[in-house]
Design a protein around this ligand. Structure first.
Ligand SMILES: [Ca+2]
Ligand SMILES: [Ca+2]
Length: 499
């Protein structure tokens, strides 16, 4: 229970993502505070599978876990290997504060079934400027998938230096339509935030544009050294491979891992799969904006999404205000801070909304709905605003049409209203329709002991309180909502799609 008005960080679960285990029996849910939980679908029993939080006498694995505050710090994301049922592998990203005491390798004192023999860390991939955090990608292999405990090995794949505590290494996605033998099979896409560099008024402002950094990018790697050997090269660290068809592998000075660049915080990736037409499958990145535009982007190989020279479909000026695009809409291809190689026309979002009333402060997760419970939403991309708790949809075909090289064409957004019965009320009330998930999270927060008048946190558009609203889908494509601030996970069984 909560006992005060403060941030719920460290007190309630800060669920950051939910994934259904291949095979469909259990959900895995990661909590920024450190635990990776298993939720049994039949019994709803919750078990702590791994705990990453080994800070200051805590029992978890990592002494340097940075989890206390800031957004997307802690156990940030995880993803199952496409061949998980056979190989037991999954991947995690967590955030460390390198200035904290203790080793960076996992301490298995309280997790003896994790075999750390031979485990070693990797040198952090440098990022120009001061460093406050490191984003760490680890491959885990569980030798027994039939229980709720981890027993097996782990291997650090990648460690990225981050300038500040915001916009960290984030989401992990495999192409769900890839099959064994395809060039995309078991190829991992990584959303890598800019570490806060792009809004700085110093030289690190160029980091998201620089091809010699891994920040402000979507990265593409092959985690398994035995996979695609003839069509890839070994990474500098020797821990993963890099596909030969990545766009910058032959550009001198560029990081070969880069798939697309010029992002501020592409913290949510989603592979949209169109069952009717595989030609419509796309990788989508939801990226959080600075002062003006939240964006949904269709990710193309080698494309430059403009940040920190663009935000949404406008120019971002050095003072962080936005203005109209220039007549000659080109920006240099930046290899380092001083070396450029030609110019490129930026690629623009297919959806954007402003930091205004009716909009929001920070885009959350999004998914192309393909479930059965909500037929009206099939073929729609559903996404949230984190702070206000707005839920919207856009027609996926409109999004594909807006991916046309023209900054002014965008897919329309439509509000989704939520029907909810408050289970915390003393008398069972009638079902109410809500415009956002915010009041739903607030009711749960109060029922669980939250004493603040509103949810914790503050933001420009949401005002007092942040809903921290996210959406997820299960293997059948059905929707789930979760809100970090009240620590609650909800299944969506029906929606009233408003206009
Ligand atoms: Ca196990
Ligand atoms: Ca367009």
């Amino acid at each position: 229970m909560l006992d005060g008005k403060g941030q719920t960080d460290g007190m309630l679960a800060r669920i950051n993502s939910l994934r259904e285990e291949p095979g469909g029996r259990r959900f895995f849910v990661n909590d920024l505070n450190g635990p990776l939980y298993i939720v049994d679908k039949a019994t709803r029993r919750i078990t702590t599978y791994l705990d990453f939080n080994g800070r200051e006498g805590r029992r978890g694995l990592f002494h340097k876990l940075a989890y206390e505050s800031g957004f997307a710090n802690g156990l940030n994301s995880f993803q199952f290997d496409p061949d998980y049922r056979t190989n037991g592998k999954f991947y995690t990203v967590h955030i460390e504060d390198p200035s904290l005491p203790g080793p960076a390798a996992p301490d298995n004192a309280n997790h003896p079934s994790l075999n750390v023999t031979g485990y070693s860390t990797t040198p952090p991939v440098p990022t120009p400027g001061p460093i406050e955090r490191e984003g760490v990608l680890i491959e885990w292999t569980d030798s027994n998938l039939s229980n709720t405990t981890f027993e097996g090995t782990a291997r650090e794949l990648l460690r990225v230096s981050l300038n500040t505590r915001i916009h960290t290494l984030a989401d992990l996605e495999f192409n769900p339509s890839a099959r064994r033998g395809d060039s995309e099979w078991r190829v991992l896409y990584i959303g890598s935030g800019d570490g806060g560099s792009g809004e700085a008024k110093s030289s690190i402002r160029m980091n998201p544009q620089r091809l010699d950094t891994l920040v402000g990018k979507v990265l593409r790697i092959i985690p398994d050294l035995a996979e695609h050997r003839s069509t890839s090269t070994l990474s500098d660290s020797g821990r993963y491979r890099i596909p030969n068809d990545n766009p910058f592998v032959s550009v001198e000075g560029a990081r070969k891992e880069v798939w697309a660049y010029g992002f501020r915080n592409p913290h949510r990736l989603h592979f949209a799969v169109d069952p009717a037409n595989p030609g419509n499958n796309r990788l989508i990145a939801d990226s959080v904006g600075l002062h003006t535009w939240e964006t949904v982007n269709i990710v193309h190989k080698g494309a430059n999404y403009g940040y920190s020279q663009r935000e949404g479909n406008e120019t971002l000026q050095p003072d962080n205000r936005t203005t109209n695009l220039p007549d000659d809409d080109k920006i240099p291809v930046q290899i380092t801070d001083t070396i450029t190689r030609g110019t490129v026309t930026p690629t623009y979002p297919v959806i954007q909304y402003g930091h205004v009333k009716g909009g929001g402060d920070a885009i959350g997760s999004g998914f192309l709905y393909r479930g059965k419970l909500l037929p009206a939403l099939r073929g729609k991309y559903i996404f949230t605003d984190i702070t206000t708790g707005h839920v919207w949809y856009a027609d996926y075909r409109e999004m594909l049409a807006a991916d046309d090289g023209k900054p002014e064409t965008l897919a329309a957004m439509h509000q989704i209203k939520l029907s909810w019965v408050n289970p915390y009320a003393s008398v069972t009330p009638a079902t109410r329709i809500y415009d956002t998930i915010f009041p739903i999270a607030e009711a749960a927060y109060h029922a669980r002991g939250g004493k603040g008048e509103h949810l914790p946190g503050v933001a420009l558009v949401s005002g007092d309180g942040r809903a921290d609203a996210h959406v997820a889908i299960d293997a059948a494509g059905e929707l789930y909502f979760f809100t970090k601030t009240d620590g609650t996970l909800r299944v969506v069984t029906a929606l009233d799609a408003g206009s």
